[in-house]
Write a protein of this length. Structure first.
Length: 139
């Protein structure tokens, strides 16, 4: 069995952002040479997420508004976590809702995604450099 690991780095200009990383994951799959196996993609920070959904601007805006309703950033005093001097208690909650990682089957050298499925990086406490790990295993 072979394995391939690479880190993708992001620095979003805003507190929240959503980036379609499917092309970058596809590139790593090609570099790996793996034809059959599994691809793990996970956020390496506790205020960011990796998830799969449709790359449709209205849906992404709906997610952003929905998450902000569930865990609003302000007032920052609502989160006990922020008593430590942080202001990102909401980002931890948003990450918990959206998830840490995805696993996608690799079939015939391609990501075996369903119709319209794309891999996204979700950032909930941006404006600094963060990474996502892509780990591909198989033959």
């Amino acid at each position: 069995m072979k394995s391939h690991r690479e880190y993708l780095w992001f620095n979003t200009p805003n507190r929240r952002g959503y980036i379609n990383i499917t092309p970058a994951v596809d590139k790593e799959l090609r570099v790996s040479g793996i034809k059959e196996g599994l691809c793990l993609v996970n956020a390496m920070h506790i205020t960011a997420s990796v998830y799969i959904n449709d790359d449709e601007p209205g849906l992404i805006q709906d997610y952003d508004e929905w998450l902000e309703q569930l865990a609003p950033h302000e007032p920052v005093s609502r989160y006990r976590h922020n008593r430590t001097g942080e202001d990102n208690g909401d980002a931890h909650h948003k990450r918990q809702i959206m998830g840490r990682e995805v696993v996608v089957a690799v079939t015939d050298g391609k990501l075996d995604l369903g119709p319209w499925e794309q891999i996204f990086y979700g950032e909930f406490d941006g404006r600094r450099r963060k990474r996502v790990m892509v780990k591909i295993i198989g033959e």
